[in-house]
Design a protein around this ligand. Structure first.
Ligand code: NCD
Length: 319
C-alpha cells in the first residue's frame, strides 16, 4: 500500500518500497542540511509555505511533537499545535473524537495525533478528510519512532537485515516496542526481549519472539540494544513488579557499565526517550560512544520530513 495521500497509522502499512523511499529521502535531507543548513529548496511544488500541519497531542511529548514541528518548518510548512488539554475545549467536556473532527474541518493538509487507547478515536481518525500520522497511540503503536529507529540502525550498522535487536524493559506497555517489532522483523532483523515477567509482552504478535532472563547474556547476544522507559502512567495494580521495587528493577534490567563490558565494540544502544537516568540506562551508558540516543533525535527530524513530504505527494530534486 502506498502512503501518498493516505493516513499512516501503523508500521504494518509500510511496504519495502515505502521504507526505501522514506530512507533515501531522509538521507538526502540529512546530508543536505549538514552541508547547507536547509532542505526546503530540494522540495518541488508550489505553495509549500501554504501547507499546514496540525498537531493534536493529548498525551505528553517532547521529541515527537517538536521534531514534527522542526521537520515541517524546515520544509517551509506551517504548524499548529494543540498539546495542552487544559487550554482546549477538551477541558470543557468536548470529546477527543469531536476535537479531531473539528481540527480536520479547518482543512489542514496533514494531522499528527497522539492519544491514549481509545477505540472511538481510532475509528474517527480513519474517517477524517485529511491524511493523519500516528504520533503514538496508547500502548499500541508509534510507527514514526520505529522508522527513525530503523533508519538509525541502518546508519550505524549498515543494514537492518540480520541485526540482532534486544528490547529491554517494559515491553508490555510500549507502543515503541510494538511498532519496532513489526517494522524491524519485516526488514529482516531478529528481535529478542529481556523484561520482568509482569512487564513482558502480552499480544499475539510477540508469540515466538525470543526472550532472555539474564541481561548480561542478552546484551552479549545483541548487535543493537534498545532500552524502553518504564511506563508507570500505564501500569495497573496487577503490574506489581516495578511498582513495588524500582531498586530491584534497576538491579536486573538497567543497562550499565557491567553490561557494556559484554557488548560488542561495534554495537549500538538506542532509546526512544525520555531516558530516566539511572533506571533504564546508567549515566555511564549515556556517555558511551555506542549510545546513539541523540542521533535518533536528529534522525527523527529528517525521517519525519521525508515521510510528510512523500505523504503530501511532493517530489524532490537531487542537487
Ligand atoms: C516514547 C513515547 O512517547 O511513546 N517517546 C517518544 O515518543 N520518543 C516513549 C516513552 O514515552 O517512554
Amino acid at each position: 500500500m502506498s502512503i501518498i495521500g493516505e493516513s499512516f497509522l501503523s508500521s504494518e502499512q509500510l511496504t519495502e518500497k515505502d521504507i526505501a523511499q522514506i530512507f533515501s529521502r531522509a538521507e538526502l535531507f540529512k546530508k543536505e542540511f549538514q552541508s547547507r543548513k536547509r532542505i526546503d529548496h530540494l522540495v518541488r511544488g508550489d505553495g509549500l509555505q501554504q501547507k499546514v500541519v496540525a498537531l493534536v497531542f493529548s498525551e505528553p511529548s517532547t521529541r515527537t511533537r517538536m521534531s514534527f514541528q522542526v521537520a515541517a518548518s524546515r520544509l517551509g510548512f506551517r504548524t499548529l499545535s494543540l498539546d495542552n488539554p487544559q487550554v482546549s475545549s477538551l477541558s470543557k467536556g468536548e470529546t477527543l473524537e469531536d476535537t479531531f473532527r473539528n481540527v480536520a474541518a479547518m482543512m489542514p493538509d496533514l494531522m499528527v495525533v497522539r492519544y491514549n487507547t481509545n477505540p472511538d478515536a481510532d475509528a474517527v481518525i480513519r474517517e477524517l478528510p485529511c491524511p493523519v500520522i500516528n504520533g503514538g497511540t496508547g500502548a499500541a503503536e508509534h510507527p514514526t519512532q520505529a522508522l527513525l529507529d530503523a533508519f538509525t540502525i541502518c546508519e550505524f550498522r549498515g543494514q537492518v537485515k540480520g541485526e540482532r535487536v534486544l528490547i529491554v524493559g517494559d515491553v508490555k506497555h510500549s507502543r515503541v516496542a510494538n511498532s519496532n517489532l513489526m517494522l524491524l522483523q519485516r526488514m529482516g532483523a531478529e528481535i529478542a526481549y529481556c523484561s520482568p515477567a509482569e512487564l513482558g509482552p502480552q499480544s499475539d504478535s510477540w508469540k515466538g519472539v525470543r526472550s532472555f532472563d539474564q541481561l548480561n547474556e542478552a546484551v552479549e547476544w545483541a548487535t543493537v540494544v534498545m532500552g524502553l522507559r518504564v511506563q508507570k502512567e500505564r501500569h495497573r495494580s496487577e503490574d506489581t513488579g516495578v511498582g513495588q521495587s524500582l531498586a530491584e528493577y534497576r538491579e536486573r534490567y538497567r543497562v550499565g557499565g557491567d553490561q557494556l563490558k559484554n557488548f560488542r565494540n561495534d554495537g549500538i544502544l538506542l532509546h526512544p526517550g525520555p531516558v530516566i537516568r539511572g533506571v533504564e540506562f546508567s549515566a555511564f551508558v549515556l556517555n558511551d560512544p555506542r549510545c546513539k540516543v541523540l542521533d535518533q533525535v536528529t534522525n527523527g527530524v529528517f525521517v519525519r520530513a521525508a515521510l510528510m513530504s512523500i505523504m503530501l505527494g511532493l517530489e524532490v530534486q537531487k542537487q
